[in-house]
Design a protein around this ligand. Structure first.
Ligand code: UD1
Ligand code: UDP
Length: 375
């Protein structure tokens, strides 16, 4: 049973769902909690995934507790009905935490995909750092994307034999996306294919950043005014709290393009067309280095240090002046830019979903693990 509910989980679980579907050793039940709606449907449609069950949990303004108890209630009924041997939970969302707990409480073995990410700060990202620790406590198999995440788990005394380094399935998805023919629905984005203007791609949505989003919006506005020949693209998350904070600060004009969330194929094509990425997203920190795009992460910390070590990602926090200064360095200083603009793949090699399936097959006694991921 695979369970997911938000956009990034859907993207990262899609290669695993495809691989399981084609494998006669497994019967698959795909469950969407529907924590997201439009943003999830975009991914399902692109990857051709139709969940067997959809709990349709999204409700504007619901609390984290309401979301979690409704997920537990819905998932418990489905676990009781379908009686899975294994539940696969991806990442660190409320959906992922509820799926792991619901499985554990019913005696089902839990497999944690993208295990072992840590900031070591329980309040940031909120509530994700707590969610992933809780999932770790109840999981039988920890599928760590990198050696850094393996080491985090080993420090917390999880047995070595329960951990497999697989690489991150996000790179499998990105490689699939790179083979698709893409056209942009928004003519302003399509136009970017016909010119050579420098494009800065921005996203923001983190809960712990909600108070800082005015600053982030202000930084976008400052940069857009300073660089009239650059194009600043902002595919904006549907969370109304994000929109209320950011939109009044930024003017949608010829060099600022604000859009709704883009379908995954269009988003990755835009990332590939970009010069520079500013974000507080987790998944984008993993994808952009693979495309050789420097990333400024608008957060105080990150659970993804690998690309920082590789030199393509830098943490810049959420202060308006600091964001502007750091972006200016990369836009003005070609050498500083080139130092960061290297394609590196610390997160995966496109075979993560094969390693995931092999590790699960070994857990249930129908196969053997593959050699672990080494960047
Ligand atoms: C959630 C995850 C976060 C992940 C992010 C990916 C939790 C606690 N948070 O945060 O870890 O990084 O997804 O994007 O699990 N909305 C829509 N349509 C959609 C999606 C969202 O209208 O398709 C609006 C709704 O008003 C919803 C709100 O956005 O209530 C917030 O969604 P929610 O899933 O609670 O939190 P995210 O900030 O998206
Ligand atoms: N993404 C997308 N459309 C967008 C913005 C992002 O398809 O408009 C993809 C992006 O390529 C990445 C994922 O969504 O794979 C990241 O999701 P998000 O930033 O919402 O969540 P996080 O990764 O921070 O949990």
């Amino acid at each position: 049973m695979t369970v997911y509910g938000t956009r990034p989980e859907a993207i990262k679980i899609a290669p695993v769902v495809s691989a399981l579907r084609g494998d006669p050793r497994f019967d698959l039940v795909v469950i969407s909690t529907g924590q997201h709606r439009e943003m999830l449907e975009q991914v399902n449609a692109r990857f051709g995934i139709k969940p067997d069950y959809d709990l349709a949990l999204m409700k504007p303004g619901q609390s984290l507790n309401e979301l979690v108890w409704r997920a537990l209630e819905g998932l418990d009924a489905l676990i009781t009905k379908e009686k899975p041997d294994i539940i696969i939970s991806q990442g660190d969302t409320s959906t992922a935490m509820a799926a792991a707990l619901a499985g554990f409480n019913r005696g089902v073995r839990v497999v944690h995909l993208e295990a072992g990410l840590r900031t070591q700060d329980i309040s940031s990202p909120f509530p994700e750092e707590a969610n992933r620790r809780i999932i770790g406590q109840v999981a039988s198999l920890h599928l760590a994307p990198t050696n850094v995440s393996l080491e985090n788990l080993r420090r917390e005394s999880f047995p070595a034999e329960d951990i497999v380094v697989t690489g991150n399935t996000v790179i499998d998805a990105l490689l699939a996306a790179s083979t698709w023919d893409v056209s942009f629905e928004d003519p302003r984005l399509e136009e970017l294919r016909r010119n050579d203007k420098r494009v800065v791609l921005l996203t923001t949505h983190r809960r712990e950043n909600l108070n800082a989003m005015k600053e982030i919006g202000g930084a976008i506005q400052d940069l857009a005014k300073t660089y009239p020949n650059c194009v600043f693209t902002l595919p904006l998350h549907l969370n109304p709290r994000v929109r209320e904070a950011v939109l009044p600060e930024v003017e949608d004009n010829s060099n600022v393009i604000i859009t709704d969330p883009l379908p995954y194929d269009q988003f990755t094509a835009l990332m590939a067309r970009s010069y520079l990425v500013l974000t507080d997203s987790g998944g984008i920190q993993e994808e952009a280095p693979s495309l050789g795009k420097p990333v400024l992460v608008m957060r105080e910390n990150t659970e993804r240090p690998e690309a920082i070590v590789a030199g393509t990602v830098k943490l810049v926090g959420t202060d308006r002046k600091r964001i502007v200064e750091e972006a200016r360095t990369l836009l003005d200083d070609k050498r500083a830019y080139e130092v960061m603009a290297n394609a590196v793949n610390p997160y995966g090699d496109g075979k993560a979903s094969s390693r995931v399936i092999a590790a699960i097959a070994e857990l249930v006694g129908v196969g053997r693990r593959m050699p672990q991921f080494e960047p």
